[in-house]
Unconditional design. Structure first.
Lengths: 378, 600
């Protein structure tokens, strides 16, 4: 089974912390884009590929008209073997949707929607330069529910300027009481060359209103506890879901399963190769989606990727699967190195199953997953 | 050649006072170098020298000058290192000369190093010709500079040439004064051969080239020569003088002349600088008065960051020693740093220059341990040990008494900074000797200071407390008894041998605390908590903790783009290479360096 990712690189306004690829397009670009991305899908058409998840990400996909999104979705259906019970997700900004537009999406086949809510506190939302306030976010979720969506996800952000533990608890309480079944929770990271990065460079005192490493860690642990108490179980470093509502599409990334990406900067992993459409949106439209693909990896080291990605998941790493992938036996010590594992589990960073066949990170371990994983890989 | 037409001289100047620029102008005026061949500042021919504006190794060049009286003179200009670390090399340059040009910056006056070298020249009975340079600067005060030379050094200077080497003003006056003020060499061409070796270097085709000043007799090609001290004998293959850009064979050198000998010498150890060259057939009975070999004063461990580069480091050190007999080294092993060398240096600058040359010319990444001096330890059983490596410092219980080297230091400074300097010297356990005003605004201070207090960062501290205006020079005075202890640094409970050092009891606590703080700043948070401790004997005197890392996570693999995550892991792998694994602790290379700079 394969996943399909469609990248919609437009936003109404770029958020100050965001370093993903998107532009503030105008309406005139949108139709050209829809045609280009549809053409790109047709070029790689293959009805023998079974697809069970489709994900429209961005940017903000819902800056496009619902009819345009549905039209792209139909193109996917015409060119790949999309299963009837496929999970079809669209990301949305609360202020870019209405009850009508949401109904149109639902009726057009979308069955999962992910809202970038971030916070239930309005001054935190404006500190992030988000366009919506919490009231709009709440309405958007209820509109989605009315439109028929039962699988609704909300983003929460930790470490927003001026956020306190109390305000975070407040946001979690409010957002989890909405009809949502999935939460993605991210820690604000000041990425280079973002407006936020520049703001801090200009005025270092801003850092005083952003939580430091230790405080962020505490808030993360606090949040995981609160979410689990409310029935949202952690299944990945940043993702929590009520049972059965895990995001099947994103799970493919972490389980090293195949997916095809369409749109500028969209990444694919297929046939043991990783590649992406390396061009800006204007070029993408100009080429009508017919540009060369850039390979980042033509002979994927499956064992290494499996270690790196599976340890992001609560289910962790399965020793037998690793052995099958690791033909040369380069990583066979990862689980068998008792001294190292004991050291890490002594610090409450990893769990090892009693039969020694499964290794996973603890919640503390998730927080320092880069360091733990790179230690294990060495 | 008529000896009356020869002048052998050197130039003494403080760093940046314009020695090399003056040398260049002299070369130009004597047309020794075609302009197109001129690289800026020709006499300094190592990159580091040019960048730092100092001359490390003595060089010599022969020039022809047509004087105003119509006669043509031969000038042998012998370059000298400006810094006190190279006193030994200065004195060997001086021994080949009859006179010295003293260059003083018209805006800055005399500096401590100039003073030391001028005294050295006077001790060698050299005629000193003062020259006031940089008169083109707006802040120049040549009159004051001249008065200062008279007051401080005590030589007549009111008629000193006032020049600008940079602008080429009055250079000819300097050359004319060389002829009138500096005496011609003396000597008898027919006497038994006596030539002084004042420098040498290794040429891969010709073997060791030795630079000599013939004092008595005549040196001829084909003759068999003998080194007085080593007894080694060689047949000369080539004899000549040093042109501005190449060696010029001349077949012979007579008394009073300066030149070179090539004699297929393979081992530079056979040609000790300061030794006398004589003839095997007609040897002289007494050698020339050489100069005493100075011993290294500062020691430090040098280790390759990549253990596999150990043989490369050894080769590089051996090559450097061919041209720098004052460098000494022997293998040593550190638990923390692996295989490396204990190196001995003349002083701090010498150490820095060697480390820099190893890194730059031989492309090596190095870790240098904290510099140490040589302690003299008398054991309870009466044995006397000389300890140049803190790791080897004996147990306190076995020590009857310990002594440390002390230097006599000379500091010249604008008077407004006297308070700051006294505070600094006090803090560094200095003993005040005396102080005198050179004029209304400049002061000369004398202190006795333990060498181990200045090997770390004294020079930097002095500069920062005097806005760079003070200058500093020192010479070895002797040993004095001292209360010394060995301070160990422990990471995660284990002693890191490369960080141990010897310190005076009174300063141990403060130093230990400061080092722990500094290490805490440099050691990154790791998955586990890392205790940093300072200990004397078994007793912990300071402690800091590097808290365990709390957050190191990439939140998203957005849209299936895992390249970021991969790059991050790659970066972490690269980062690990720059770390030393000490037990379970990863320590960045900078940590070893940071403890050298505690005064920040």
């Amino acid at each position: 089974m394969c996943g399909v990712y469609i990248h919609i690189p437009f936003c109404k306004r770029k958020c100050i912390y965001c370093d993903f690829y998107s532009v503030c397009g105008d309406d005139k670009l949108y139709s050209g884009f829809v045609s280009a991305v549809s053409n790109s899908i047709k070029r790689r058409s293959n009805k023998s590929i079974k697809v069970d998840t489709v994900y429209f990400g961005g940017g903000t996909p819902t800056v496009l008209k619902s009819s345009q999104l549905v039209s792209i979705m139909n193109t996917v259906k015409h060119n790949f073997d999309v299963s009837p019970n496929a999970e079809i997700t669209v990301e949305a900004n609360p202020c870019t949707v209405t009850e009508e537009s949401l109904s149109e999406l639902f009726n057009g086949g979308f069955n999962r929607i992910s809202f970038g809510i971030q916070s239930a506190v309005d001054n935190e939302l404006s500190a992030l330069s988000r366009l919506h306030n919490y009231k709009q976010a709440k309405e958007a979720v209820f509109n989605a529910e009315r439109a028929g969506f039962t699988n609704i996800s909300a983003d929460i952000m930790i470490g927003i300027i001026d956020q306190t533990r109390e305000s975070l608890i407040d946001s979690i309480d409010k957002i989890t009481s909405l009809p949502v079944s999935h939460i993605s929770a991210y820690m604000l990271k000041v990425e280079e060359n973002t407006p936020l990065d520049e703001m801090i460079k200009r005025d270092g005192s801003l850092l005083n209103s952003i939580a430091d490493e230790d405080e962020l860690a505490e808030r993360y642990l606090l949040m995981t506890r609160l979410l689990e108490e409310k029935g949202f179980l952690q299944y990945e470093i940043s993702n929590f879901a009520k049972t059965g509502f895990e995001n099947r599409h994103n799970l493919k990334y972490w389980r090293c399963e195949e997916y095809l990406g369409f749109g500028p900067h969209a990444h694919s992993y297929f046939d043991n190769k990783r590649y992406f459409e390396d061009c800006g949106v204007l070029e993408f439209i100009k080429n009508n989606g017919e540009q060369e693909i850039t390979y980042t990896d033509t002979d994927v080291d499956k064992a290494e990727e499996y270690i790196m990605l599976s340890l992001r998941l609560a289910e962790g790493l399965d020793a037998d699967r690793l052995t099958r992938l690791d033909k040369e036996g380069r990583y066979k010590n990862i689980i068998s190195n008792a001294e190292e594992i004991n050291r890490l589990s002594g610090e409450r960073l990893v769990n090892i199953s009693r039969d020694g066949k499964n290794l996973s990170l603890t919640k503390r371990g998730f927080l320092v997953s880069n360091a733990v994983i790179s230690r294990l890989l060495n | 050649m008529n000896k009356e037409q020869i002048r052998n001289f050197c130039i003494i100047a403080h760093i940046d006072h314009g020695k090399s620029t003056l040398a260049d102008r002299i070369l130009e005026l004597t047309s020794s170098v075609e302009l197109r061949d001129m690289e800026e500042q020709l006499l300094d021919n190592m990159d580091i020298e040019r960048e730092r504006g100092i001359t490390i190794k003595a060089r010599a060049v022969r020039l022809n000058y047509k004087a105003k009286n119509g006669e043509t003179y031969v000038f042998n200009l012998i370059d000298t290192p400006g810094h006190v670390d190279f006193n030994y090399e200065v004195s060997r340059s001086l021994a080949a000369c009859e006179g010295a040009i003293l260059v003083v910056d018209a805006s800055q006056g005399i500096e401590a190093q100039t003073l030391a070298n001028t005294y050295l020249a006077i001790e060698h009975d050299l005629e000193v010709l003062p020259v006031v340079n940089k008169i083109d600067l707006p802040s120049a005060d040549p009159q004051n500079a001249c008065e200062e030379i008279e007051n401080v050094i005590g030589i007549p200077a009111l008629d000193a040439p006032r020049i600008s080497a940079k602008m080429g003003i009055n250079i000819e006056e300097v050359l004319e004064r060389v002829i009138t003020d500096i005496p011609a060499p003396k000597g008898d061409d027919n006497a038994l051969l006596k030539a002084l070796i004042f420098d040498s270097y290794y040429d891969q085709y010709k073997g060791v080239i030795i630079f000599v000043r013939v004092k008595e007799g005549t040196l001829k090609v084909g003759e068999t020569i003998k080194m007085f001290a080593t007894g080694a004998e060689f047949q000369t293959v080539e004899i000549g003088y040093m042109g501005a850009t190449n060696l010029v064979p001349s077949g012979e050198l007579k008394s009073g002349e300066v030149g070179y000998i090539a004699a297929s010498i393979k081992d530079i150890g056979d040609t000790r600088v300061g030794d006398t060259v004589t003839s095997v057939e007609h040897p002289c009975s007494e050698p020339l008065e050489g100069y005493k070999k100075v011993n290294p004063m500062v020691y430090s461990g040098i280790y390759p960051t990549d253990g596999a580069k150990y043989p490369d480091l050894r080769d590089a050190l051996e090559k450097l020693r061919l041209n720098d007999a004052s460098l000494s080294f022997e293998p040593e092993t550190s638990i923390a740093l692996g295989f490396g060398f204990r190196c001995g240096f003349l002083g701090l600058l010498h150490m820095e220059i060697i480390a820099e040359r190893l890194e730059r010319e031989y492309n090596l990444d190095l870790i240098t341990t904290a510099p140490s001096v040589i302690y003299r330890v008398t054991m309870t059983n009466g044995d006397v040990l000389y300890i140049d490596n803190p790791t080897n410092y004996p147990n306190l219980g076995l020590i009857a008494s310990a002594e440390e080297p002390v230097v006599s230091a000379d500091i010249l400074t604008p008077s407004e900074f006297v308070g700051n300097i006294m505070e600094l010297c006090q803090d560094r356990r200095g003993t005040f000797k005396d102080m005198k005003y050179l004029d209304e605004t400049r002061v000369e201070l004398h202190y006795e200071l333990p060498l181990n207090e200045i090997v770390y960062d004294f020079f930097d501290a002095l500069k920062s407390r005097t806005r760079g205006y003070a200058s500093f020079d020192y010479e070895m005075k002797g040993y004095q008894e001292s209360k010394l202890v060995k301070l160990d640094i422990l990471l995660n409970g284990e002693v890191v041998d490369a960080l141990s050092f010897i310190v005076h009891t009174d300063k141990a606590y403060a130093r230990g605390r400061r080092i722990c703080e500094k290490l805490k700043e440099t050691i990154p948070r790791q998955l586990f908590e890392v205790p940093i401790q300072a200990a004397i004997g078994g007793k912990i005197i300071a402690r800091e903790t590097v808290k365990a890392m709390r957050k190191d996570v990439l939140a998203k693999c957005y849209g299936g783009d895992i390249t970021r995550k991969k790059k991050l892991l790659e970066k972490q792998k690269e980062g690990k290479k720059k770390m030393r694994q000490l037990g379970s602790v990863e320590v960045p290379q900078e940590a070893f360096m940071s403890v050298l700079k505690l005064d920040e």
